[in-house]
Design a protein around this ligand. Structure first.
Ligand SMILES: NC(=O)c1ccc[n+]([C@@H]2O[C@H](COP(=O)([O-])OP(=O)(O)OC[C@H]3O[C@@H](n4cnc5c(N)ncnc54)[C@H](O)[C@@H]3O)[C@@H](O)[C@H]2O)c1
Length: 356
């Protein structure tokens, strides 16, 4: 076996997740083969194509967010029961964030909790969705409304799975990586993104391996400080998401990927920090340039006529105090804080000319 340990995260109640790096799909398959038959695999219609022949016990979900439902959960649980999976059996989620969230939620409730291995196959799932233990489905039109905390004991990474990912999905994950670079307690990831841009964009395997590792180290820091998101630390990982989600949910912007919206939202949050006098201007300007250098449409502004719809989506955000939406803002590298913003300022930031 040639799997290398990349990282171990310690969560509450002595639970830990081991992140292992495979030398390729073959190496990965032989590792997973060691689990024998007491396993159930979960794929989606795209990740199933990465296998010439699917393992015998499997569920293949339709690809995409629309699979994060009770009926997918029921399918996975039904298949587990039909296959005679015991409580010491294992669910293996092989796919992007949707498959990881579904497999993990199913594992958390199957016989009150069975074993769980995640094999993230998108950049987003590698650096974000597969670690930290959050599982969820969407419910009544609300994203991630029903779920649990159930960390995988094992996350297996095979960087070569990223080869088949399309550019939009790759950039979705990369936006979260850049966000991690800004939130990091050190500048290593930020500098790596500056220096290795060409290698990263051309998906050179060594560069991607380091990128994923450095990004995971940042996520690890946040989840270990605040494993169940109750201490107000982990929420800083939502940097850029309040602005970004409002843009993503507004009808005209459906074609923008989630990552493009997060990148845009992070830059609006940087500008908001300057506007209320807490942000370092030189840092915000540099970070905005970093996003631009990776091709994100940072200078984009919404049309005046779209403001009402944008505002209405913004007001649905879960982070609120005294009826005001709270935004994660960045003071400087690694220093985030939560602030209410006047709607007038938000309107100005999303409509007016860019300041950098
Ligand atoms: N649990 C968490 O902490 C957490 C964190 C972040 C995001 N999420 C969730 O993750 C989801 C988004 O994840 P995502 O961006 O990975 O989306 P996804 O799982 O829908 O994958 C994106 C697309 O890429 C395809 N795909 C996956 N791997 C591929 C590969 N190797 N080659 C070719 N195509 C491939 C998928 O079929 C899908 O069409 C959301 O539902 C979000 O809520 C969860």
């Amino acid at each position: 076996m040639t799997m290398k340990t990349m990282m171990t995260t310690q969560l509450e109640n002595g639970r830990e997740t081991q992140v292992l790096l495979a030398d390729g799909l073959k190496d990965l398959s032989s590792h997973l083969g060691e689990y024998g038959r007491n396993v159930l695999w979960v794929f989606d219609t795209n990740t199933a194509k990465l296998f010439k022949q699917l393992p015998p016990s499997n569920v293949v979900l339709e690809s995409g967010e629309s699979s994060k439902t009770f009926s997918s959960l029921e399918r996975i649980l039904g298949a587990a029961l039909d296959e005679g999976l015991a409580r010491d059996g294992r669910i293996i989620g092989f796919g992007g964030g949707v498959v990881c969230d579904m497999a993990a939620l199913a594992a958390s409730v199957y016989m009150r909790g069975c074993r769980l291995t995640l094999v993230p196959t998108t950049l987003l799932a590698m650096v974000d969705a597969s670690v930290g233990g959050k599982t969820a489905i969407d419910f009544k039109g609300m994203k991630n409304m029903v779920g649990s905390f159930y960390p995988a004991s094992e996350v297996l990474l095979s960087i070569d799975t990223l080869r088949t990912l399309n550019d939009k999905e790759f950039l979705n994950g990369l936006a979260e990586v850049i966000k991690h670079a800004l939130l990091s307690q050190n500048e290593e990831l930020y500098k790596f993104l500056l220096i290795k841009k060409n290698e990263i964009l051309s998906r050179q395997p060594e560069a991607l391996t380091t990128l994923v590792e450095l990004s995971l180290m940042v996520k690890k820091w946040f989840i270990e400080q605040d494993p169940t998101e109750t201490k107000g630390i982990r929420q800083f990982l939502n940097l850029g998401h309040t602005f970004g989600h409002a843009l993503e949910s507004s009808s005209h912007y459906g074609m923008w990927g989630h990552g493009a919206c997060v990148a845009w939202g992070t830059c609006r949050a940087l500008e908001a920090g300057i506007a209320i006098g807490i942000g370092d201007k030189a840092y915000a300007s540099g970070a905005t340039k970093l996003f631009k250098s990776y091709g994100y449409e940072i200078d984009y502004r919404i049309g005046r006529g779209d403001w009402i719809e944008f505002r209405d989506h913004l007001l649905k955000d879960k982070k609120k105090a005294d009826g005001k939406v709270l935004f994660v803002l960045l003071e400087k590298q690694g220093t985030a804080s939560l602030h209410p913003l006047e709607l007038q300022l938000v309107q100005h930031l999303v409509i007016a000319k860019p300041i950098f």
